[in-house]
Design a protein around this ligand. Sequence first.
Ligand code: CUA
Length: 336
Amino acid sequence: MKRLGPHLIAMLLAGCGGVQSSDGRDGVQSALIGSLFDIFFSTTAAVYLFVMAYLAIALWCGRAHRAGGGLQGKPAFHLEAGWRAGLAAFTSITALILFGLSLATWLTDRSLAKAAARPALEIELTGHQWWWDVHYDDPVASRMVHTANELHIPAGTTTRITLKSDDVIHSMWIPNLAGKQDLIPGRQADLVLHPLHTGVFRAQCAEFCGMQHAKMALTVRVDSPPDFRRWYEAQLQAPVPPAAGPALAGYAIFQTRQCASCHAVAGTPASATVAPDLSHLASRSTIAAGALAMTHANLVKWIADPQAPKPGNNMPKVPLSAPELAAVTAYLETLR
Ligand code: CUA
């Protein structure tokens, strides 16, 4: 128990901050829900303490009564008027508290609806077993951006995310920014975000969706508006195909082996959509929907055998010799 104590405290505190915190009030939506939580928690805690105090007084008085022979044989009519008044007062206070909590809920709901008006940015997010497909909408088709497993949004701006699912029910949860919203096949839901400041957050699929549900994360980067515009313009540029060296060999392997039948890379013949878009893969911070950090060693490990770090996922192990593996990795690392 002595050893468990510090771990328990650390675990409890870990829920109170960081990149994935249900108490991180980093967006208008999460701040509104957080304030409502505060109102409910403080009110119900006060009621609980009051009831417990009354119970303690009743037990104590009861003991005193029993010691003095109790109420037996003594007329208690003079107490009845007090009881009636007390009952009426407590009933009124209870009704008032419930009305107050309902009103606070209604007002929060109104504020959430108001905060969802006039989004400046529209994104479509599709859940797959087990990764996230991200589409930035634009009236001009050539200005639409397609990426995966990493979401960039501008701070101080309202973004509406349309949520879809390609297979089973998933749930999008960015606790620092907003509440949960399910992605249901054949249906469309939306999630509105309005981050208050820049930062990097972790979103997690919050609905059990199969073997790798836990490894279905999404990096959420809240950029300053100029940084967001820079990132967006960079995403619109197709990566430059390699001209020589192992990267060129890797490009050829990528286009002629299984890779291109599932993945897309802008500006190349690879345009399949069943697996994450890899156009700017090397600029992302994770591989395989948050399963691994984006490092050279992890990229090699992932391509060599995707079933080892994330068993059950749809990416097959493509037989590659050591030089071929090095070449494909070199090519993927040029996709910045
Ligand atoms: Cu997707 Cu859990």
